[in-house]
Design a protein around this ligand. Structure first.
Ligand SMILES: [Fe+2]
Ligand SMILES: [Fe+2]
Length: 185
């Protein structure tokens, strides 16, 4: 493809695309660091063991996502830095609202936490998919592979959360009445 013959690190070095790439890396680096903390809060708030376990596992993976982004910055000769990601800040605010507005030990709480977590995963999937593409077009192969590894983990987490929701949480939540307090069905 003609476009591939034009790509190289030397061309990418001062390109507008590299500037955009770094800006987006800083955005997701901020988001991942916030998510480590947010997932800990969601883990503590979750009702059922499978969801707590899913959040615990993904919190560990998210710590690796932070490290992997630092490796991406290093691989392109940039210092790891953050810029606030308003989108992820909003998604985390929503998760906190769900915790505030649902009863502890309810299936409604878990159903809400899964929605919030999947919103975060979908944002990450969009970001990592795009960044892996940009890395490839600029010839940043190491960065592309690192970003692709994280992308696969985000997709697997999203799938796993869907399975947990379908395996009983959503059904139990639909049986809970509005005036039920702290019932686990
Ligand atoms: Fe992540
Ligand atoms: Fe994630």
């Amino acid at each position: 493809m003609a476009i591939e013959t034009k790509t190289s690190n030397s061309i990418a070095a001062d390109s507008k695309l590299r500037e955009l790439f770094i800006d987006q890396l800083q955005d997701i680096y901020w988001a991942e660091r916030k998510l480590v903390k947010a997932l800990g809060k969601m883990l503590d708030a979750a009702t059922t063991a499978p969801l707590r376990e899913a959040f615990r596992k993904h919190q560990d993976e998210t710590r690796n996502h932070v490290t992997r982004l630092e490796q991406v910055f290093e691989s392109i000769g940039e210092k790891a830095d953050t810029t606030k990601c308003p989108a992820m800040a909003g998604i985390i605010d929503e998760a906190n609202d769900i915790i505030d507005e649902t009863d502890a030990s309810s299936s409604q709480r878990d159903a809400g936490l899964i929605i919030a977590a999947q919103k975060a995963e979908h944002y990450e999937i969009a970001t990592y998919g795009s960044l892996a593409q940009l890395a490839e077009i600029m010839g940043y192969i190491e960065a592309k592979n690192l970003l692709g590894t994280t992308l696969d983990e985000e997709k697997a987490t999203d799938e796993h959360l869907s399975q947990i929701a379908k395996s009983g949480i959503n059904y139990n939540a639909v049986l809970e009445k509005e005036d039920d307090k702290n019932d686990v069905l």
